[in-house]
Design a protein around this ligand. Structure first.
Ligand SMILES: O=C(O)CCC(=O)C(=O)O
Ligand SMILES: [Fe+2]
Length: 228
């Protein structure tokens, strides 16, 4: 089931229970356990906006991983309305990233995965999926501060958001709130554009997830919020 929190052109969609505990375990095994290297966010000296550990997982070493990524990609492409539009808008362009927030206060402050509203150049990132393999007991939510949206995921949920927007304030900017109690680990996949942006822009206007649509209202697990 997928829940739509925001429509295109910068959609936010949550696929409930996308990954089974077994699949998360398998990812962890491929990674050789929880990451142990400090995550460095691009442009942030000493990773000051990001306090977590991370590790890249390369599909070419793991056929199992490639198959799983293909399933993620297919779900993410769903928002393009596969039946009517070219589903090849998104492509897996880089390794999967495992990130662990293991200590109280671990967080990832406000940032964009793409260009924060500037027009993307060829092969820039245009969408992100995050699988929450473990959620914290308290804190660790994902917020979209400009969009006033806080996502409160459950274990196995996959959040996908797109940011193929041009020249306006981006609703893409997001943060991982500090973990307050317990631990959190996620698997992030960043997508890049396959094909022309003209195609991608058309697709971004399309309907998506229509058949199982469930909106934020009445859901109870997302809150209007500007901060953690
Ligand atoms: O941990 C989160 O909730 C967000 C992670 C994130 O923003 C990313 O991996 O790009
Ligand atoms: Fe991010």
């Amino acid at each position: 089931m997928c829940q739509i929190y925001r429509p295109p052109p910068d959609p936010v969609v949550l696929w409930k229970r996308f990954a089974s505990p077994h699949e998360c375990d398998a990812l962890l095994e491929l990674a050789g356990g929880l990451p142990h290297l400090p995550a460095l966010a691009a442009g942030a000296p000493q990773g000051t906006i990001r306090r977590s550990l991370s590790k890249a997982l390369h599909w070419d070493h793991h056929p199992q991983l490639a198959a799983f990524q293909a399933r993620m990609l297919a779900a993410a492409q769903n928002w393009t309305g596969e039946d009517r539009l070219d589903p090849s808008v998104l492509a897996i362009g880089e390794p999967m990233n495992l990130a662990a927030y293991l200590n109280p206060g671990d967080e990832y402050r406000s940032h964009c995965d793409g260009r924060c509203g500037a027009r993307p150049s060829a092969q820039d990132r245009i969408a992100t999926s995050i699988i929450y393999c473990q959620v914290a007991d308290e804190g660790g939510h994902t917020t979209f501060s400009n969009g006033h949206l806080k996502i409160v995921p459950e274990q196995g949920d996959m959040l996908t958001f797109g940011y193929l927007v041009d020249g306006r304030i981006s609703l893409e900017e997001h943060s991982a709130c500090p973990v307050r109690r317990g631990q959190k680990w996620i698997a992030t996949q960043w997508y890049r554009a396959a094909g022309s942006y003209a195609t991608a822009a058309r697709a971004a206007e399309a309907e998506f997830c229509a058949e199982s649509e469930k909106r934020i209202d009445g859901d109870g697990r997302a809150e209007r919020a500007v901060s953690c």
